[in-house]
Ligand binder design. Structure first.
Ligand code: SDX
Length: 439
């Protein structure tokens, strides 16, 4: 429900060519109020122009709140610090989708429902055989998540709430099984079936690291670290991949197709691919004495190099997720005996220097969630190519929650942005050809 403007009915006025237009202002429950410009084009003939949507709200939402200046992140009103300390990933997926924390019996029922979907159709195992062994795990994740619509036709009808919920549970449950399969396939080991006696994170670690020849012992510290990473990556408001899922969903595409679109968007190094890129950057820097060279490159306008794992479109203060992961990182490295991990030493030194450097302070570039997640995942035993797969598994919670919210929004319509056209005016088709056309 949109809260109309305060009693004084404040509106935004816009004057164009001596005509003044008024647009309603909607009050946010927290954060930025918005100006409703839906009638701008019909009234004035103008579009707004906002590449990258830096000042544009694409929708109204009750799911996640971020305050970039204060470094605040809340899922359905709960601070991420409290959730990562007291909750678990399955409970957080329930909170994001249903809007409130479940009671004990609701959570038990929900967990049983999710667990009943952890296995995948047997034909999907054959599906993997079409990939080369050196395929990037995200290439397999995009393909297989989209292909689920070919296997689960009884949960494709987006107008049936029961089918929508079944699809969401299948997506969340099967994402970790499929994610683990992409890892096993890439290292030539047999797939490991899920074990529903374990919790979500324990199950994922077991499906990734157990082998038939040996008994697999779950490490509570690594399982807790895995669960913290899943919780922290579960949702993040209208980021690029979530906006992709919403846009795909607005055309009426089936839920599995929408999630596959989200996986594809997340893969980019400026978004979910940054954790892999951040670790590869730390490995390229190698030792502390090389850091100043890379800081210089990051500041050089003519050098495309950026410090991966730094900066954020919204957080112009420290990413609260990075703060939590920094503590998790120390626990995991102690546990696995990487006390003097050179990569962590480079990471800590890079963070220290960047936080004191005028360029980074002026541009408000702080470590983001991807800076520490890569180091933790590497310490747990994952190769960098698996980092974004793990991000995608976690983000299925937010993607499905936003997908439900978009479909249930009575004013929702197909997303169809406009443009500022700067191309050629009308030409007549004829013999004249441009000499500039080099094919
Ligand atoms: C995620 O949206 C989300 O919520 C995403 C996410 C989620 O949970 O879904 O939080 C997950 O994607 C985290 C971000 C991971 N990406 C990286 O770590 C890649 C490195 N970071 C940058 O590419 C960049 O900071 C972005 C993409 C994250 C944000 O870019 P913006 O907000 O569009 O900022 P910008 O590119 O306009 O940069 C502003 C200035 C520029 O300098 P000027 O043109 O003003 O002179 O800061 C500079 C940039 O050159 N800058 C950097 C930098 N990031 C920005 N300079 C060096 N290193 C960097 N990392």
């Amino acid at each position: 429900m949109i809260k109309k403007t305060p009693a004084n009915n404040s509106v935004a006025k816009l004057s164009i060519n001596n005509k003044t237009y008024s647009f309603p202002i909607y009050k946010a429950s927290e954060g930025n109020d918005v100006i409703d410009i839906t009638k701008l084009h019909s009234l004035s003939g103008y579009f707004t122009y906002d590449p990258g949507f830096t000042s544009t709200a694409s929708c109204k939402s009750n799911i996640t709140f971020i305050d970039g200046d204060k470094g605040v992140l809340r899922y359905r009103g709960y601070d991420i610090e409290a959730l990562s300390k007291n909750s678990n990933f399955i409970e957080v997926t329930n909170l994001l989708i249903y809007g409130d924390l479940p009671n004990k019996s609701q959570l038990k029922k929900y967990h049983t429902l999710i667990s009943s979907h952890t296995m995948v159709h047997e034909q999907i195992l054959k599906f993997f055989n079409g990939f080369r062994r050196d395929a990037h795990p995200m290439a397999m994740m995009v393909g297989v998540m989209g292909a689920l619509s070919a296997f689960y036709q009884d949960s494709l009808d987006i107008h049936d709430p029961h089918q929508r919920m079944t699809a969401s549970r299948r997506i969340i449950a099967k994402a970790s099984t499929i994610g683990a399969m992409t890892y096993k396939y890439s290292i030539g080991q047999p797939f490991v079936q899920p074990d529903n006696t374990l919790n979500y994170s324990e199950n994922f670690l077991r499906m990734c690291f157990s082998v038939p020849a040996e008994r697999y012992k779950i490490s509570p510290i690594l399982a807790k670290a895995m669960d913290t990473i899943f919780i922290l990556h579960a949702d993040h408001e209208q980021n690029a991949s979530t906006s992709t899922v919403r846009l795909a969903g607005s055309s009426g595409a089936n839920p599995f197709a929408c999630i596959a679109a989200g996986v594809a968007s997340l893969w980019g190094p400026a978004h979910g691919g940054a954790n892999q890129a951040a670790l590869e950057m730390l490995e390229t820097i190698g030792v502390k004495r090389n850091i100043p060279l890379y800081i210089k490159k990051a500041k050089d306008k003519n050098d495309p190099f950026r410090l991966m794992g730094f900066g954020h479109r919204v957080y112009k203060n420290y990413d609260p997720r990075a703060k939590i992961l920094k503590e998790t990182c120390k626990k995991v490295l102690n546990h696995v005996g990487f006390k003097n991990d050179p990569i962590l030493e480079v990471a800590m030194e890079l963070e220290k220097i960047a936080l004191k450097d005028d360029y980074f302070i002026e541009k408000k570039l702080y470590p983001n969630v991807d800076f520490y997640s890569g180091i933790i995942l590497r310490a747990i035993g994952f190769p960098p190519e698996m980092f974004t797969v793990i991000f995608a598994i976690a983000r299925t919670a937010g993607w499905t929650a936003h997908w439900h919210e978009m479909i249930e929004d009575p004013v929702q319509k197909i997303g169809r942005p406009r443009q500022l056209y700067l191309g050629k005016k009308k030409l007549t088709y004829g013999k004249k050809r441009s000499s500039k056309n080099t094919r």
